[in-house]
Design a protein around this ligand. Sequence first.
Ligand SMILES: O=C(O)CCC(=O)C(=O)O
Ligand SMILES: [Fe+2]
Length: 193
Amino acid sequence: MRLIAEDGELDLAEGFLTADERAVLGARLLGELAWQSEEIALFGRQVAVPRLVCWYGDPGATYRYSGVSHEPLPWHEVLADLRARIEDFSGHVFNAVLCNRYRNGRDSMGWHADDEAELGERPFIASLSLGAERLFRIRHRGTGRTLDVPLRDGDLLLMGGELQSHWRHCVPRTARPCGERINLTFRRIVRWP
Ligand SMILES: O=C(O)CCC(=O)C(=O)O
Ligand SMILES: [Fe+2]
């Protein structure tokens, strides 16, 4: 389903994973990935980002996030399988995946665009959600047009074209009781440092 067609493309494939797959893959990813807490420098102080993260990919697919350079961990079996399926489905190839784990409604991701130089022009990013439903909010930088997209267990969101240049997105905190959620953003690093 196409959600945005103006200044970039946003598409949602609801139920990309079957109900059986969601439970098994979600549990394996929670238990087997190298989740870690990440600290960023904010006004001269070290502050933990409100979520757990890890970075997997091809050797050399170094990525800077939260102000820190990360060497990728070698592909975990589950991530490698998902990458292959999402490549088939989307027609795009990926060499790395950023994994985010929102432990509860207080974990979040602030406003940003995935417009880092290493992703090149018009990056194509595939974002797979597992576990608790959370809101993905996206706002046009110029017009302020805002869309709230609920992302549910097994949904695949695809961002392409000029989207990262014209729109910013976030996953806001929520006060409503909320279980754990994993989000995997498959990316292609095209510029090597
Ligand atoms: O958790 C999400 O749905 C979004 C994650 C995201 O925007 C990112 O990893 O850049
Ligand atoms: Fe993002």
